[in-house]
Design a protein around this ligand. Structure first.
Ligand SMILES: C[S@@+](CC[C@H](N)C(=O)[O-])C[C@H]1O[C@@H](n2cnc3c(N)ncnc32)[C@H](O)[C@@H]1O
Length: 339
């Protein structure tokens, strides 16, 4: 379906977006600018901000193509514009702005990818991490490169694994929510002698659960469809020791085998993004974690995927267990649960 957009900005940035064909899949309604005296820009009409309330009714999004996005957002709020339609082309750390940035993927995949790559590389956390920061370890669901620069996540995993080995914590390791195996490949490389259970549909999220999460505004349709692009063969080709892996393909917890349910686990990565699946993962794995074992729950403190935190609350309430939680300040707000 062709989407109609309005761009705020008639400067160099807006010009480049159009000339590079970033919005070629969209219909351009026109431009908006505060100071522009031009009546047209690149052949499109330029409107004044006061017109926006009216013209935005006929468009799917207002894309802010201007470096003063903070002030523009404030102006949009003052004008009472439809907040859901505002899309940013700058990455900013504030939760609300980050959500707007993610929304860009629905309107321009090319622009989103190029900006995301740049943005990710700008977020350098620690100078001593510089060397690893440039190490490419995989691609995310949108095809954007994943660098080792998510310092806290990867370093914490490295140190956690060291403790687990030192204490000889018993058990297998597992990941629920494997996708293409980016994190599983690190787990497999770090624990070459442990059996690694890999739970995923390898075809994307469960349809019913995904529809519900979209309805609740916790993720976009794009996010869901991007996660369909994987397969068992593709994932296994990323693992250094595939011979130690047990692939449990299908919708969890239906895929739990007797073997998996009789195991103890020394380390578990739980990364299924949605509420019900996260809850099912906690319910299955937590009782099977060894003393001293750890579970990394991805996306606990993120700006979206709100179901993850709700699943933890529900698990604690229903099981009567108070989890020992250490939240990480990594990119996706991982929660480390120690038993
Ligand atoms: C964000 S991705 C995982 C990313 C992965 N940990 C990595 O390192 O790249 C989430 C994955 O969870 C899977 N998933 C979500 N709910 C599931 C369920 N109930 N059963 C099986 N797989 C599920 C999806 O298919 C998707 O591949």
């Amino acid at each position: 379906m062709e989407r109609t957009i309005i761009l705020w900005g008639t400067g160099e940035r807006a010009r480049q977006f159009l000339e590079r064909g970033y919005f070629k899949a969209c219909r351009i309604y026109g431009f908006v600018d505060t100071y522009s005296k031009n009546e047209s820009f690149l052949g499109y009409r330029v409107y004044a901000p006061e017109d926006l309330k009216e013209i935005l009714k006929e468009a799917d999004a207002l894309v802010i193509a201007n470096q003063y996005f903070g002030e523009i957002l404030e102006a949009c709020i003052e004008m009472g514009l439809e907040w859901e339609k505002i899309v940013l082309t700058d990455h900013v750390r504030e939760p609300i702005c980050y959500k707007r940035f993610l929304k860009l993927a629905e309107f321009s995949q090319e622009l989103f990818l190029s900006l995301q790559d740049r943005v990710m590389r700008l977020v350098k956390v620690n100078e001593s991490d510089q060397k690893d920061a440039d190490r490419l370890i995989g691609n995310d669901a949108y095809g954007a490169p994943v660098y080792m620069e998510d310092y806290f996540r990867f370093r914490t995993f490295e140190f956690a694994a060291r403790e687990i080995k030192k204490q000889r914590t018993e058990g297998a390791i597992a990941e629920l929510g494997v996708f293409r195996g980016t994190f599983s490949s690190l787990m497999n490389a770090t624990f070459p002698d442990k059996k690694l259970y890999l739970f995923d549909t390898f075809e994307g999220f469960g349809q019913e659960e995904a529809e519900q999460e979209i309805r609740m505004g916790r993720c976009s349709e794009n996010f869901v469809s991007a996660h369909k692009a994987t397969s068992v063969a593709r994932m296994l080709s990323n693992l250094p020791h595939p011979e130690n892996c047990v692939v449990c393909k299908g919708f969890f917890p239906e895929t739990v085998t007797q073997e998996a349910s009789q195991e103890k686990y020394a380390f578990v990565s739980l990364d299924v993004d949605f509420e019900e699946s996260t809850y099912q993962g906690l319910k299955f794995f937590y009782p099977r974690l060894s003393e001293g074992g750890m579970l990394f729950l991805h996306d606990y403190n993120t700006f979206y995927l709100d179901g993850v935190k709700l699943a933890v609350d529900r698990f604690e309430k229903e099981s009567g267990v108070t989890l020992k939680k250490t939240p990480l300040a990594d990119r996706a707000g991982t929660l480390v649960i120690l038993k």
